[in-house]
Design a protein around this ligand. Structure first.
Ligand SMILES: [Zn+2]
Length: 113
């Protein structure tokens, strides 16, 4: 299960952050999910709710933000946000693009006590 291993890594990351900040409890976990990551937000949330019990994240809410695809055009150097799966530079119509964001899931912020 892809999502389960992601959640496990996420909770481990939260535990490290809590330890560094001497926090006893995490109330909210903000993540950014790239639409190209293949992660299903609702499935990720239910995995998180299952896995969090007994960890530092017990009782925490997973706050998910969907990140669109951001590309840098190698022809005109313009950075743009794309509408889904349409890989053409909006400015110069080039297909020579580098994906800058929207591919991964990232832990953005943790609200602690
Ligand atoms: Zn371009």
């Amino acid at each position: 299960m892809h999502e389960m291993s992601i959640v496990q890594a996420l909770v481990e990351q939260c535990e490290k952050i809590a330890e560094q900040n001497k926090a006893n409890k995490i109330n909210r976990v903000d993540v950014k999910i790239g639409i190209l990551s293949g992660i299903e937000a609702h499935f990720l949330e239910s995995c998180f709710d299952m896995f969090k019990e007994g960890t530092i994240c017990d009782g925490a809410k997973l706050n998910m933000q969907i990140q669109k695809v951001v590309v840098l055009c190698k022809e005109c150097n313009e950075q743009s946000e794309l509408s889904e799966h349409y890989f053409i530079c909006p400015k110069c119509k080039s297909e020579n693009l580098e994906v800058k964001d929207g591919e991964d899931m990232m832990l953005m912020q943790v609200e602690m006590e």
